[in-house]
Structure formats: structure tokens, C-alpha cells
Design a protein around this ligand. Structure first.
Ligand SMILES: C[S@@+](CC[C@H](N)C(=O)[O-])C[C@H]1O[C@@H](n2cnc3c(N)ncnc32)[C@H](O)[C@@H]1O
Length: 250
């Protein structure tokens, strides 16, 4: 895959998982540059297919720690009005809430206080570096985001549970879905409804909430196929073990 938008390999260390952002133990973080590339491709498709360019409501129904969503809030927040995150796992939902709170001044201040206390207690270099990164993020938040605060929302639901999702999200209100679905080693699909094809059931559920001018990006392993008769594939590419598919509803 050739990077078309995130063409430079920048230093994303201020955004790295486990520094200012909280990490979910045992879950490798989604690569920042790839998240940025996928998000920008979605924006480009949205503009080309629907001639729409305003800030979007972004949703991830398998959000994990909401790491990539939070990172996108910092990198591309000017294109985002609201971030909605959900996951089936209670612990993931709690952590997602903490990560998304870092997109707001009070949440970031709480994290700065927490890191300062840890630095005082343990004197570790990692805490000092995290505080430096937090200062960079705060500067960005106060300069870039101040005029345009971003809304965030987290809830617990299975991505395959149509009703549960429709109870939380208005119909036609999601402009962009960017989800990194479970694939094996580090996270497995958990289903309560016995769905034999959770990815398809997830697409079914998304139809309840996506707008007619939405773009859906799904990152999965090569074994899973994000296919559904009510979605048309816009593009597909592979990065290492990940397969990324961009779709539009039809
Ligand atoms: C690969 S992780 C997502 C990591 C996330 N992209 C991040 O940056 O933090 C996949 C997530 O899917 C969740 N999951 C598994 N089955 C699910 C289901 N049926 N509905 C919603 N989430 C599910 C897991 O709990 C896990 O948090």
C-alpha cells in the first residue's frame, strides 16, 4: 500500500499508546500513521462521492481503548464534530472513556495531575516524557480545538446488536465509521446473539445509524470479509496482516 495522504513518517511519539493515552494491556495499538491515512482516504471519498466536506460524526462500534479515535481527534479534529465509541467489553468501554476525555481540557488536566503525582512518587523518565507530551497536547487543545470543541460519547454494546446501537445513536447521524474489528490473537469476536458472521451482522446494525452520505472503513484480518449487499466497496488495501476495506451504503 502506498501512502497517499500521510506521506511522511512523522514523529508521533506524543500520541503513542501508554504515554499520555492509556493502553489496554495485551492489545497492540493501532498504528497512528495508518489511522491518519485511512481517515484522510475516507474524507477524500466523502468529498468525491457525495461532495460533502463539513465536520463529521465518527463512530467505532468495536472501539477497544478508543486509541485510534482519540489520536484522530488530535490529528484531524478540525474534520470531526463528534466521536462516538462503543465496545462489548466493560473494561474497554471504561478505558475508551478515559482516552476520549483527553480530548477535553478537564480530562487532560486530570491526566497531567496523575502523571505529575507518579513522577513525584517514582521519578521515572517515562513519566517526565509523558508530561512533556501532555504539555504538547494541551497546547494543541488550547490553540486549535478551543474554538471548536469536539463532543465525545461512549457506551457498551455489541457491534452486532442492531437495537442496542439504534437506542444510543440517532438514525442517519453517523457520517463516518472507522473500526478495527477483532482478529484473533489479541481480541476475539464476542457475540451474545450467536451470530456466525459478526462482521456482516455489524454492517447490518450500522445501516440503522449511518447517513446516506457516509463512508465505512473496516480494518480486519485477511480471513474476514466485510461484504454486504447494501454496501458498495470503494477500495481495499492490505498493510502487513491487516486488510482495510472502505465502503459506502447503497
Ligand atoms: C482490535 S480491538 C480495537 C482496538 C482499538 N482500535 C484501539 O485503537 O484501541 C477490537 C475490540 O473489539 C471488541 N469486541 C469483540 N467483540 C465485540 C462485539 N461483538 N461488539 C463490539 N466490540 C467487540 C473487543 O472487546 C476489542 O476491544
Amino acid at each position: 500500500m502506498q501512502y497517499q495522504y500521510a506521506t511522511e513518517q512523522k514523529d508521533y511519539s506524543d500520541l503513542s499508546s501508554g504515554r499520555v493515552f492509556y493502553s489496554l494491556p495485551g492489545h497492540p495499538a493501532f498504528p497512528v500513521r495508518l489511522a491518519s491515512e485511512i481517515f484522510q482516504r475516507c474524507l477524500a471519498h466523502r468529498a468525491a462521492v457525495y461532495q460533502v466536506s463539513g465536520p463529521c460524526t465518527l463512530y467505532d462500534p468495536c472501539c477497544g481503548a478508543a486509541y485510534h479515535l482519540s489520536v484522530l481527534g488530535y490529528l484531524h479534529g478540525e474534520h470531526i464534530r463528534e466521536i462516538i465509541a462503543s465496545d462489548i467489553d466493560e473494561k474497554a468501554v471504561a478505558l475508551a472513556g478515559r482516552n476520549l476525555s483527553l480530548l477535553h481540557e478537564d480530562g487532560l488536566n486530570r491526566r497531567i495531575a496523575e502523571l505529575s503525582k507518579m513522577l513525584e512518587q517514582y521519578g521515572r523518565r517515562s513519566h517526565r516524557e509523558a508530561l512533556q507530551s501532555a504539555a504538547v497536547l494541551k497546547d494543541k487543545l488550547l490553540t486549535v480545538r478551543k474554538s471548536q470543541p469536539l463532543e465525545t460519547r461512549v457506551f457498551q454494546a455489541s457491534a452486532t446488536a442492531k437495537r442496542a446501537i439504534a437506542n444510543q445513536i440517532e438514525p442517519q447521524s453517523v457520517d463516518m465509521v472507522f473500526t478495527d474489528v477483532p482478529y484473533g490473537r489479541h481480541s476475539q469476536w464476542q457475540t451474545i446473539d450467536g451470530s456466525s458472521n459478526p462482521l456482516r451482522s455489524m454492517l447490518d446494525a450500522l445501516l440503522e445509524v449511518v447517513s446516506d452520505s457516509s463512508i465505512v472503513a473496516v480494518s480486519s484480518d485477511k480471513q474476514q470479509k466485510a461484504a454486504h449487499e447494501r454496501f458498495r466497496r470503494l477500495e481495499q488495501f492490505q498493510v502487513g496482516k491487516r486488510r482495510v476495506i472502505l465502503l459506502k451504503p447503497i
